[in-house]
Design a protein around this ligand. Structure first.
Ligand SMILES: [Cu+2]
Length: 225
């Protein structure tokens, strides 16, 4: 092989590696239903600091067959699996007050670990459930949780956990029964924070398989920008 052949081989190898890296990256971060960008609503004062204030609204559904604003909850996904909707990827500004409104339409059961029944990391470490302020909910009546991890090297101390109570049956319609959960938290440093549900709402693997294992149903990202 002459010098030209060697250079060609190296170039082809580099292109193939770049293509593989790009595909892995795209696979890891592609949301099935786009990114929900938080809505700016002005400013708010938290612990004497004036912060930008934004709102987010999402729901938790017992299956993935429904529509939100005319769009399927989980296009191309397994319709029998529970899912967050309208998407599993959210975007909020850094160091802002984020007020989240959730409609939880799903039934549920017991957590493996009652740690996740306590509201953690919100303003005041509280949430409201149907308008009532709570510090925790019954660990044996949980529909889903919204649990956000810190990012190593960026904001390792960040942690947010909000449990959503179960409703007494699967009622996924706009007119169906739901638990209304509201909470606020202060977003961290810029980065992509992973969230997941800690109620074993999946199949197999002690309830942590299926929708709990697949990206896009019971896990996702909050991009803090
Ligand atoms: Cu869940």
């Amino acid at each position: 092989m002459g010098p030209f052949g060697l250079i060609l081989t190296v170039v082809i190898a580099a292109v193939v590696l770049a293509a593989v890296a790009l595909l892995f990256h795209a696979q890891g971060y592609t949301s099935p239903a786009g990114t929900l960008v938080a809505t700016p609503v002005g400013t708010a004062t938290v612990n004497g600091q004036t912060l930008q204030h934004v709102t987010l609204a999402f729901n938790t559904y017992p299956d993935s067959t429904g529509m939100v604003n005319g769009k399927p909850i989980h296009p191309g996904g397994n319709p029998g699996w529970p899912a967050y909707g309208p998407t599993n990827v959210f975007q909020v500004p850094a160091h802002a007050l984020v007020t989240v409104t959730v409609r939880q339409y799903d039934s549920g059961g017991s957590l493996n670990n009652s740690f996740f029944a306590t509201v953690r990391g919100t303003v005041g470490n509280v949430a409201t459930v149907n308008g009532k302020v709570v510090h925790s909910i019954d660990p044996n009546n949980v529909g889903h949780t919204f649990t956000v991890r810190g990012v190593p090297g960026t904001d390792p101390a960040f942690f947010l956990n909000v449990p959503f109570p179960a409703v007494g049956g699967d009622n996924q319609t706009d007119n169906g029964q739901y638990e209304s959960v509201k909470f606020s938290f202060v977003s961290g440093t810029k980065g992509s924070y992973a969230w997941n549900c800690e109620f074993p709402c999946g199949v197999q693997i002690a309830g942590f398989g299926g929708p709990m294992s697949a990206f896009g149903f019971m896990s996702g990202f909050i991009h803090v920008v």
